[in-house]
Design a binder for this molecule. Structure first.
Ligand code: GUN
Length: 285
């Protein structure tokens, strides 16, 4: 393997420690403990693990977390009512509704109902708009985690060709926005399922961010020698977790690469903690 590993576990641990320190200071100064309310509807096993990890990370960072578990059969009205209650509860600073929601629920309507000042996922249209205008209120957790990894690993983005594969609202689109914003200044291409010549786009990339959700979709020979490869994918294949990139082959060509697991995954939660503390700051009277 020629590539340097970008160690998300270590970088995330450092970020969580920094947030824990900041949370303690904030508490000492204002007498307020940052508080995340997480909402989990149904019993999707992966979502249960994610939510438990988020709770644990909050506790370790000295933030409060409350989990609201609702049954699979919860109605749209019941869920909207819970969101309204959390919006109005001044002890709650951040609200996270774990996705995916059961199919009978309208996720867009639920996420739009979260008051923008408590929207620690940065999914609300107001927060998406602010991000696109270059004046973000919250940074969406996974793309923010990628930016942090680039910063810590000393990866230059200014003037570089960045290719984002995937156009989801959670990762691909906000990732492109962050790489494009002033300061990051990358030249950004976004590829998706209808793109022609994805391999050729990837071969041009100084920085490749893979967020398609298809195991090992990005082949080793699509990697530009000397490039930086960030793999956002977490796919379960039999009993293994694999990314969206053919790791071993890509690592032969890349200068630096993130592993799966232990890459972007841990960064998402670290950024959620930062956002929760930031939300608490925004809500000081
Ligand atoms: N499900 C998978 N990723 C996420 C995320 O970042 N936020 C929420 N709320 N749900 C998710």
């Amino acid at each position: 393997m020629g590539a340097v590993l970008i160690d998300g576990k270590q970088i995330a641990a450092n970020c969580r420690n920094a947030t824990a320190e900041a949370a303690a200071k904030f508490n000492a100064e204002f007498g307020v403990t940052g508080h995340l309310a997480a909402v989990l509807v149904g019993d999707d096993p992966a979502s249960q693990v994610y939510v438990r990890n988020k709770e644990r990370a909050c506790e370790k960072a000295g933030l409060r977390s409350t989990l609201h578990r609702l049954s699979e059969s919860t109605s749209q009205t019941e869920l909207l009512e819970l969101v309204q209650t959390l919006n109005q509860d001044s002890s709650v600073h951040g609200i996270l509704v774990q996705l995916p929601l059961p199919a009978h629920l309208n996720a867009t309507e639920i996420l739009d109902a979260i008051t923008p000042l408590k929207d620690v996922d940065a999914f609300h249209p107001e927060n998406v708009g602010l991000l696109l205008q270059g004046r973000p209120r919250f940074l969406p957790c996974t793309p923010a985690g990628v930016m942090k990894m680039l910063e810590v690993s000393g990866t230059e983005t200014v003037g570089k060709r960045a290719v984002v594969v995937g156009r989801s609202d959670i990762v691909g689109k906000p990732m492109a926005a962050l790489l494009l914003q002033r300061g990051a200044d990358a030249t950004v291409t976004v590829c998706h399922s209808r793109s022609q010549d994805i391999a050729e786009h990837c071969r041009s990339a100084d920085l490749l961010v893979a967020a398609v959700g298809i195991p090992e979709f990005i082949k080793g020979d699509w990697i530009r020698p000397g490039s930086v490869v960030i793999d956002v994918g977490i796919n379960r294949v039999e009993d293994r977790l694999v990314g969206d990139v053919e790791f071993a082959a890509a690592a032969e060509r890349a200068a630096a690469i993130t592993p799966v697991p232990g890459g972007v995954g841990p960064m998402t939660i670290a950024m959620l903690l930062e956002n929760t503390l930031h939300a608490a700051r925004l809500q000081l009277q």
